[in-house]
Design a protein around this ligand. Structure first.
Ligand code: NAD
Length: 376
């Protein structure tokens, strides 16, 4: 019998994205699966029900949860929803394992096979499944638009009959996927862009986008291409240089994060107080505690004339494209396990093995198991 792949209307507040878009639903049906959606699943992302030509419909979220062999999600399911899944169900989506202990315990207790998109290995073969990257790129783009919108200045240089307008200075802190997209977007809008990251490997990427790299003399190469935490001395040196660049900026977009840890605090109150009134900080790391001391998640704080935007869930602000990209990531992840409409997971495939959070009543992701159960 063919596998039933379900998707819900996301219930988290402000979440407009959907895990399955019509194009991907059609592909899954072509691959022999049955697609079961909750009514209105894609509505807030710009995909009303009639666009899903090949889907079948559930009357309620509960009905989809009970019938799905594979359930796709954007935000982690709550404990109650997990309780409604079939015992042998497979769940695929963002799981936030470090923050959602109760949910991970519930997945384990119910024997659900869960794959966390955060855990997909960042190897070349898995790039098309890399949902962290697809969504981070959107966040970086949108962060610059928020800054531009809040600023009382043009971003580009303008030569007009009323004289020449100087271009705005944008500083991007953290040049990972989100930061690089922020740099590219600010450059396209004509701003003068500087950028900084603790990983020196980003220097060339920053320069190739037409931005200037801020040299602080500190490098924090960690393992697997990620940053490590800095020592106190390194932090002080980095800080000194960065704060002078922050003071000179009209807009600062911060995206710095270290996996599984609170976001590094890079912009203290004193640095904000050195900025010009009217300047803007967009803190893309607000969800992880923020890169700026004054950031309040989900709020715009105005301090001595400087606006600090505690941006939350920026990808949802571009829900149409974000859903398209996310649903394609999910499809590319699932596709190798789909054959003749049935799901067969090859556990020797490192992508499935590493992305697995829970399976067979166990927490398979060692750091999560250690955090929750004290064992590896
Ligand atoms: P991330 O979201 O974890 O962090 C964002 C950036 O913040 C990183 O570039 C990090 O170096 C930087 N940062 C951390 N602490 C900082 C500090 N104190 N000051 C300034 N900057 C700081 O990163 P990400 O965007 O998910 O990317 C992480 C790495 O993974 C990068 O090397 C990226 O190229 C790599 N990556 C590889 C693949 C692939 O090969 N398939 C795909 C995506 C990303």
């Amino acid at each position: 019998m063919s596998v039933t792949i379900g998707a819900l209307r996301e219930s988290a507040p402000q979440e407009k994205r959907v895990s399955l878009v019509p194009e991907v639903a059609d592909k899954l049906v072509k691959d022999g699966a049955r697609v079961l959606l909750e009514h209105g699943a894609g509505e807030r992302a710009g995909f009303p029900d009639p666009l899903y030509k090949s889907a079948t419909w559930g009357d309620s979220a509960a009905q989809v949860l009970r019938a799905a062999d594979v359930l796709l999600c954007v935000q982690p399911l709550g404990v109650e929803q997990i309780g409604q899944l079939k015992a042998a169900a497979v769940l695929v989506g963002f799981m936030q394992p470090h923050a959602r202990s109760d949910e991970v315990r519930a997945l384990k207790a119910r024997g659900i096979t869960s794959f966390a998109m955060e855990l997909v290995p960042r190897i070349s073969r898995a790039q098309s499944m890399d949902a962290l990257s697809s969504q981070a790129a959107i966040a970086g783009y949108k962060a610059v638009l928020l800054a531009a919108n809040q600023l009382q200045k043009f971003l580009p240089m303008l030569t007009t009959a009323a004289g020449t307008i100087r271009p705005a200075q944008v500083l991007v802190i953290g040049a990972g996927v989100a930061g690089l997209q922020a740099i590219a977007t600010a450059r396209r809008l004509g701003a003068m862009v500087e950028a900084y990251d603790v990983r020196s490997a980003t220097r060339e990427q920053v320069k190739s986008l037409g931005a200037k790299f801020v040299e602080t003399g500190v490098s924090a190469e960690g393992s697997g291409g990620y940053a490590r935490e800095l020592t106190a001395e390194e932090k002080a040196k980095q800080q000194e240089v960065l704060e002078s660049r922050i003071a000179a900026a009209d807009a600062v977009v911060t995206t710095a994060s270290v996996p599984g840890r609170p976001a590094p605090k890079i912009i203290p109150r004193a640095a904000v107080e050195r900025m010009r009134p009217g300047a803007v900080v967009v803190d893309v790391a607000a969800e992880q505690g923020g890169n700026c001391e004054l950031t309040r998640a989900g709020e715009v704080v105005v301090h001595q004339g400087v606006s600090i935007i505690g941006a939350l869930n920026l990808p949802a602000a571009l829900a149409y494209n974000a859903s398209e990209m996310y649903a394609r990531n999910l499809y590319n992840f699932l596709k190798p396990a789909l054959s003749n409409g049935e799901l067969q997971i090859d556990w020797s495939d490192e992508v499935f093995a590493q992305a697995c959070l829970t399976h067979g009543g166990e927490i398979r992701h060692a750091p999560t198991a250690k955090a929750l159960e004290g064992s590896t």
